[in-house]
Every structure is written in structure tokens, then in C-alpha cells.
Design a protein around this ligand. Sequence first.
Ligand code: FES
Length: 155
Amino acid sequence: MNRREFLGWVGVGAVASSLPVAIATCLPDSHNSANAETPLTNTSSTIAQSSGFKSVGTVAALDKDGQILNKKSPVGPVLVIRNPNDSNSLIAVNPTCTHDGCTVKWKKSEKMFDCPCHDAEYSADGKVLQGPAKKPLATYQAKIDGSSVVVKATA
Ligand code: FES
């Protein structure tokens, strides 16, 4: 092999060895694209969860049923309703009656929580309207995060 042939082979080799890199650079990288998009689609949820809010149900379920009752949510038993005085805000309470532990029910038409066991009544914000319960229902902070209803235990 003379010098000219040698340089020709080196040139072909250089082009051949850089071709995969050039092709990879031009093609969309599905692995990196997925990684780049995943945080964007979960950004609000990630922020909500990092600030202590936990998902307890969907907005669709809240609007379909008029409430979300989740006895095994990440923050404990929770009952979420739309605020009867401002449907853009949510109210979340621990539905465990403070009298003897029954689960209260939301009565939308009367804007109150009612306990089926001994007829205690609580206002929409959890305050006792009628005994025998003496303590208010525990409350949570609640808001809508995308398609999810998220709550956070109050400090
Ligand atoms: S358990 Fe609710 S009123 Fe008694």
C-alpha cells in the first residue's frame, strides 16, 4: 500500500466512524424526549406533593358525586366537597364524627354534615351545629391540581 492508498483508507475510515454519531445527532432521541416531557406533565403534581398536598381523588369524581369520600387517603379519612358559598374553592374534613366515630354524610341541600348515628350536625367548615358531638370535625387544606383533588393536613 502506498501513501496515497493509505490516506484514502484513513479518510474513508474517519467518515465511516463518525457516521453513526452524525445520524444519532440528527434523529429524535425518544429516550431523552420522554425524560424531558415527563417532568413537564407532572410539574404541578410534583409541586403540590412536594408541598405536602396529597391526591385523594379526581375533579371528575367530585363533580359527578358531589363529594369525594376517601377513608384511606394518604392523609387519613377525608371528605371533600365544593364550598357551598364559593364553588371555586373546596372544603375537606375528616368525616369521622367526634362524638363516637361514625362517618358523617354531606347534606348538600342543608349545607351541613350529618352524623347518622346520633344526629350530630356540623357546618360546612366542620363546626358543631348540634350535639351530642362537642368538638368540630378536623379539617384539611384542599385545592384542585390539574385533574386531581389534593389535600394537606392543617398544622
Ligand atoms: S357518632 Fe356521631 S353523633 Fe354519635
